[in-house]
Design a protein around this ligand. Structure first.
Ligand code: C5P
Length: 225
């Protein structure tokens, strides 16, 4: 059998978009495919980790040996994440969580009328899941976030690392259509408070394997200090 260096290590990963209902037939969401999170779950499970994948709505099969929890909204993802986090060694927030949800969900389909030329939706902020995990006072897992940026990638990534109190942040430049959202290829730079690691352009599968190895190394390094 292949080497199982992550045997006994509990890894929780969020993946995919969240979906925020407007009325019974409409929602607000984003273009996240979930591929990166699913590739990370696959890579971690292949190394023997005990993997839980908290997934928004995606068109992907559950990786072999992975426990999958399906959620729809950011609030559901938050509840599930907080439940899993206290019993996780490593928490990786790969989901593209909707920053806002509709303040008042309409119970019936919103109708267009002859006298309305527009419609205003009031939105309220969703909880920041990964910042909440990283702020846990007891049983806090080693916490890894993602940052998809279109400019000043390093600067914004370092700001997020600090502001959300993460151990690592994985940053990718989504202004390049060949990389990031919905593509098969990706390139990522990982930042800790003291170092950075560049993982150049490669398939999401290869990138996920390199990322899991790097995250595990940094997790072990942190445990020793
Ligand atoms: O602030 P921003 O959305 O760019 O941060 C991205 C990181 O934060 C990702 O790791 C994402 O999964 C996480 N996040 C979260 N909850 C939110 C928003 C983002 O966990 N409400």
């Amino acid at each position: 059998p292949a080497q199982q260096p992550l045997q006994g290590v509990k890894v929780t990963i969020t993946a995919g978009p969240t979906r925020e209902a407007i009325d019974p037939v409409r929602y607000i969401s984003n273009h996240s495919s979930g591929k990166m999170g699913y590739a990370l779950a696959t890579a971690a499970a292949a190394l023997g980790a005990d993997v839980t994948l908290i997934s928004g709505p995606v068109q992907l099969a559950t990786p072999t040996g992975v426990t999958r929890i399906d959620v729809t909204t950011a609030e559901q993802m938050y509840v599930s994440s907080m439940q899993q986090a206290s019993n996780s060694d490593i928490f990786i927030g790969c989901a593209a969580v909707a920053d806002f949800r509709v303040a008042a969900l309409a119970s019936q389909k919103i109708k267009k009328t002859a006298d309305n030329d527009g419609l205003t939706l009031q939105l309220v902020k969703n909880p920041d899941i990964i910042a909440s995990v990283a702020a846990m006072s007891a049983q806090r897992p080693f916490t890894v976030g993602f940052a998809a940026e279109t400019e000043k990638v390093a600067e914004y990534a370092r700001q997020k690392l600090q502001k959300k109190n993460l151990n690592l942040i994985c940053a990718n430049d989504v202004s390049d259509p060949a990389l990031g959202f919905n593509s098969e290829q990706n390139a990522i730079t990982v930042y800790s408070t003291t170092a950075e690691f560049a993982l150049g352009q490669r398939s999401k599968t290869d990138l996920a394997q390199a990322l899991i190895s790097l995250i595990y190394e940094q997790y072990q390094h942190e445990k020793k200090h």
